[in-house]
Design a protein around this ligand. Structure first.
Ligand SMILES: [Fe+2]
Ligand SMILES: [Fe+2]
Length: 194
């Protein structure tokens, strides 16, 4: 049986991963002919990651899903403790990256490498975090949680609306930000000019 909360986690991971990969592609390509637009888009992408998943996705995992899984499947407790620590660090990591981006934008080329290195590290860290949730924690949760548990978890997750998935009620504020990112990001990442 497909549980609503698991579906929401999957969808948010998929869209978050594509946002992260877009950041990676943009870092590889560099500012090109339109540096102003380039920095605007990268800033908006990092801001989106700080604003939406960091505030709504991770807290629900940490507060609702993880404690129940750690309790029922003690073998997952160490990994869950690691994932929780990563959630705690998520906000400061993305803000540090935003700061490094500003340094490159405002101080110039000598600060580019530091941002590129940190961005690559951040992408790897985040993709691995989601991979562990998908391959270890979610399967364990599906195996051991009761219908009663799922009712509670699903209800909490359903109030969570990611504009990227289009499958849940949209919060117009995040929707507007996402549309702006897609319209401005250079092709093939988004619909904007190179
Ligand atoms: Fe997570
Ligand atoms: Fe997650």
């Amino acid at each position: 049986m497909i549980r609503t909360s698991i579906q929401i986690i999957h969808d948010e991971h998929t869209t978050l991963a594509s946002m992260l990969r877009s950041i990676g592609m943009m870092v590889e390509r560099g500012p090109g002919k339109n540096p102003q637009n380039y920095f605007d888009v990268l800033r908006a992408m990092l801001f989106y990651i700080d604003e939406f998943p960091e505030r709504l996705h991770h807290p629900k995992e940490t507060e609702l899903l993880f404690p129940k899984v750690a309790e029922r499947v003690p073998e997952t407790a160490a990994l869950i403790a690691q994932l929780d620590r990563e959630h705690e660090l998520g906000e400061s990591n993305v803000r540090e990256l935003l700061h490094l981006l500003l340094a490159w934008e405002l101080l110039g080329e000598s600060r580019r490498e530091a941002f590129a290195v940190a961005a690559k590290r951040y992408l790897g860290f985040y993709l691995e975090h989601m991979r562990l949730e998908e391959t270890v924690i979610l399967p364990a949760a599906l195996k051991v949680l009761s219908d009663e548990d799922w009712k509670e978890i699903d209800a909490a997750f359903e109030t969570n609306c990611d504009p990227l998935t289009g499958q849940y009620p949209r919060d117009p504020m995040y929707d507007a930000l996402f549309t702006r990112i897609v319209n401005q990001a250079p092709a093939p990442i988004g619909l904007g000019e190179d």
